[in-house]
Design a protein around this ligand. Structure first.
Ligand code: GDP
Length: 323
């Protein structure tokens, strides 16, 4: 039986990946941080099928223990302080988890189970103030936030362990990917949640930041398959995972409000506090390499995904109202 260890398993990507690996017959080990109120919302369906290990990316001892107990064939590092905006008020915490945490986990694998295949969740935020469009594996990085800078470190330390210790370590440079399980603070989910609340009459306005920012938004359920595919190849390499289409935040608003028969202009107000100290204006990925080498392609369109998210939020808010 194949064994996989996933960090960040309770998050959006971790939960989709856990379901995907369980469906492939893997034994899945999930690293969880101790919190006063555990959050298994994304894992309701499979929580009892997961072997739980406690640990934290900032605690090397716990990672050594987790790798020792799980003896994994594959390790997926999806844990991070993952919200760009929070990385300005908490730059050091972001660096400790999102940057140095990667070295901790690589060290644990190198010491305990060096043959394990390692996946690092790299990010399109590393491209930041983009130096070419579309962005591909060879595009130089220019991060624009403490989060982006931390991900650049995580990316290069993964490459470095591959080249220094001959470890099978890959980075997937994933462009934004969303789903009904996306954290509420990210712009897609913030919008679909608000659309549901406005439609159901429990909210009347939506405060937004920069509507002109452009992102290449895909569906998280598609993207976790690419993570797995990267670890099934003969050689460890890095891949861009993206849709090859870019949309503005304004288009996101138009599509989401239109789906429930509303016009976003009647509800959205601009709040200067929601603008970022440094913005990433445009992300557009070129995933040609993943298409040809991994045979991967995105399946769910942007419109389909937004409709899926609005439908899910309508159900959640209806349920909340009934309670
Ligand atoms: P990111 O690409 O990882 O930063 O993903 P987000 O979903 O947090 O943000 C995507 C883009 O939406 C960024 O360019 C933000 O500046 C922009 N944006 C505009 N208004 C908002 C808002 O109210 N919340 C968030 N999170 N982003 C917003």
């Amino acid at each position: 039986m194949r064994r996989a260890l996933i960090t960040g398993i309770t998050g959006q990507d971790g939960s989709y990946l856990a379901e995907f690996l369980l469906s492939k017959g893997y034994k899945v080990y999930g690293l969880r941080r101790r919190t006063s109120t555990p959050n298994y919302e994304n894992l309701e369906a499979v929580k009892d099928d997961i072997e739980w290990l406690s640990g934290d990316l900032t605690d090397l001892a716990s990672l050594i223990g987790a790798v020792h107990l799980s003896e994994p064939h594959e390790v997926y590092n999806l844990a991070a302080q993952s919200f760009v905006e929070t990385s300005w008020p908490q730059p050091l915490l972001t660096g400790q988890i999102t940057a140095l945490g990667v070295t901790n986990l690589l060290e644990a694998v190198r010491i305990v189970q060096p043959t394990a295949r390692f996946y690092q969740a790299s990010s399109s935020e590393m491209f930041g103030k983009v130096v070419e469009t579309p962005q591909k594996e060879t595009t130089p990085f220019y991060p624009r936030s403490p989060y982006g800078a931390s991900k650049v470190y995580g990316h290069w330390i993964t490459v470095n362990y591959r080249e220094s210790f001959d470890m099978f370590a890959c980075s997937g440079i994933l462009f934004n990917h969303e789903s009904p399980r996306r954290g509420i603070e990210f712009v897609t989910r913030k919008v679909t949640d608000a659309v549901a609340r406005i439609k159901l009459g429990v909210q009347d306005k939506l405060r937004m930041g920069n509507l002109e920012a452009k992102r290449d938004w895909g569906f998280a359920g598609d993207y976790v398959k690419a993570m797995w595919l990267m670890l099934q190849q003969e050689a460890a390499e890095d891949y861009v995972i993206a849709t090859g289409e870019t949309r503005t935040v304004r288009e996101l608003l138009q599509i989401a409000f239109h789906y429930v028969g509303l016009n976003y202009e009647d509800y959205v107000t601009i709040d200067p506090k929601l603008f970022r100290p440094a913005e990433v204006d445009l992300l557009l990925g070129d995933c040609h390499k993943a298409k040809t080498k991994l045979g991967w392609k995105p399946e769910v369109s942007f419109e389909e995904m937004i409709r899926m998210m609005v439908d899910s939020d309508l159900r959640k808010v209806e349920w909340e109202i009934k309670k």
